[in-house]
Design a protein around this ligand. Structure first.
Ligand code: PLP
Length: 494
């Protein structure tokens, strides 16, 4: 029983159970009991290839999984455009860690390729015969990455709900053309909140009223509170470090700073896990867009979600409640579950909390934070292209901008690795505008125009989309999500 809830250490489970459950019953997040206590031999993984690294790191973080090498192979073989999965590009005096070379061109592929393997393995090991049905509401990137991960995975089915007027044309095309005998995609009239609320309500109705009892199915979710989504992200911090050693930029033991475009705090928390496992991480730089709740928090120790919500050109970071922060608070408070439960209760009831001075000191020792608005984001895309001939997407540009703020403020002596979370072709209209062009209305035309202008290749999965047939055409109201789910799970074949 090596995992426990951040809100109550007595709520403890195995890593297989943690992956199957997602959220702990008390609303807390599952976390490994003693991360530094793993005594992970971090130096020995630096000489391995990415697959080998993933096996060792995931086996350490999720110790109850019996066949990790096989799960890693199944998750990643042939899915990414390169076997190293996450290449490191030198750009100017910095480094860009490209996390978008997977099947949907967003960094969520790294974790969502692995999660289905972990869920099915956990299901087998725990002797569960029920089919696992994944329900997900998406604002764009997660839905497609989850569909790619789960399609045709034995013992699972997946239903993705997306807001009818809340995703880009490219994102919609990515989802409604998804093939696979166990997948279902449905539009919900309204915005992302409508879709998410409808899905949450469906979840709790099924649980509380036992609507699925005896039907041979159980519901699960693919969002980033699941430890099975977080753990695979730890690997690329090691991979980037090993690349810098191989290139002679650093010696083993030297520190590296990582700059992370942050929304739900999953990606950057994985960097903190890597550090806790021994990797010589210097500072973790938290980069936000105009929704800068985390910048304020890391400066003042006060987390306050009572603020305006901005729709930005980096939509995957438009978040006011960063769920994974809870795990960091737990670790930095010395695993004080009562303290964490108190903060989370206050956030829920009053909309804010203020951490102790001691905790704030610790946060400041590990993290640096900055933000960048849409104008800055676009300006950065233009500058990086002009100065370095490197084309980056809007989320990466936020991180690049904050990396330069960090350099100006701190003059760091370590190399900077900027995490790049999406292909520029996922956001072609914003990127074209940033390059001073007037984008065509049609997003696919914009993609083509961006290619002509820059000569950067369009990822295959995006280039082929336009000619693909839409398979999923259902559109429903938010209040019909529950009956829709119940109808779906009652049918054997989709
Ligand atoms: C999800 C996402 C992020 C934010 O990652 P978190 O783990 O939520 O902090 C950043 N960029 C892109 C492109 C994303 O899809």
């Amino acid at each position: 029983m090596n995992y426990q809830s951040t809100r109550n250490h007595r709520q403890s489970v195995s890593s297989t159970q943690a992956v199957l459950q997602g959220l702990a019953p008390d609303g807390g997040l599952y976390i490994l009991k003693d991360l530094p206590g793993l005594h992970f031999d971090w130096q020995s993984v630096l000489s391995l290839d990415t697959f080998g690294m993933a096996e060792k790191i995931l086996s350490a973080l999720l110790p109850d999984f019996a066949r990790m090498p096989e799960l890693v192979r199944r998750a990643y073989t042939g899915k990414f455009s390169t076997d190293e999965l996450t290449p490191l590009a030198a750009v100017g005096q910095d480094y860009v860690l490209e996390l978008f070379r997977g099947p949907t061109s967003a960094f969520k592929d790294v974790a969502l390729s692995m999660l289905p393997q972990l869920i099915t393995a956990a299901r087998e090991q725990e002797g569960i015969t029920d089919e696992i049905v994944i329900l997900t509401a998406t604002s764009g990137d997660t839905g497609k990455a989850a569909l790619e991960g789960f399609h045709d995975v034995e013992g699972t089915k997946i239903i993705v709900f997306y807001p009818d007027d809340g995703v880009s044309a490219v994102q919609k095309a990515q989802m409604v053309t998804q093939e696979g005998k166990n997948v279902c995609v449905c539009a919900v009239r309204g915005n992302f909140d409508d879709a998410q609320t409808g899905v949450k309500n469906a979840f709790s109705a099924c649980e509380n009223q036992g609507l699925l009892a005896g039907k041979g199915v159980r519901l699960s979710s693919a969002n980033s509170i699941n430890i099975g989504r977080l753990a695979p992200q730890v690997v690329y911090y090691f991979k980037a470090y090993a690349d810098l050693v191989r290139r002679g930029v650093i010696a083993v033991g030297d520190k590296v700073d990582y700059v992370v475009p942050t929304g739900n705090f999953g990606d950057i928390l994985a960097g903190y896990f890597a550090k806790a496992m021994g990797l010589p991480v210097g500072t973790l730089v938290c980069a936000s867009n105009a929704n800068n709740v985390l910048t304020d928090f890391l400066h003042t120790g006060r987390y306050d979600r009572r603020r305006p919500f901005y729709k930005t050109v980096s939509p995957s970071m438009d978040i006011l409640v960063s769920s994974n922060l809870e795990r960091l608070l737990y670790l930095l408070s010395g695993c004080n579950d009562e303290e964490v439960a108190g903060y989370m209760e206050q956030l829920k009831t009053e909309g804010f909390y203020q951490v102790s001075d001691q905790l704030l000191d610790r946060l400041k020792g590990e993290f640096w934070a900055g933000f960048c608005d849409d104008a800055g984001t676009k300006q950065t895309i233009g500058q990086v292209w002009q100065n370095h001939g490197y084309l980056c997407d809007t989320h990466t540009a936020v991180a690049w901008n904050v990396a330069q703020q960090y350099r100006a403020a701190v003059s760091p002596s370590h190399p900077l690795v900027v995490l790049s979370t999406a292909s520029p072709y996922k956001f072609p209209v914003a990127v074209l505008t940033a390059l001073g062009q007037t984008p065509p209305e049609d997003e696919f035309d914009a993609m083509e125009r961006l290619r002509e202008l820059t000569g950067v290749e369009i990822p295959k999965n995006l280039a082929g989309l336009r000619s693909k047939q839409a398979i999923h055409t259902d559109v429903i109201d938010r209040d019909d999500i529950l009956p829709y789910v119940l109808d779906k799970v009652s049918r054997k074949n989709w």
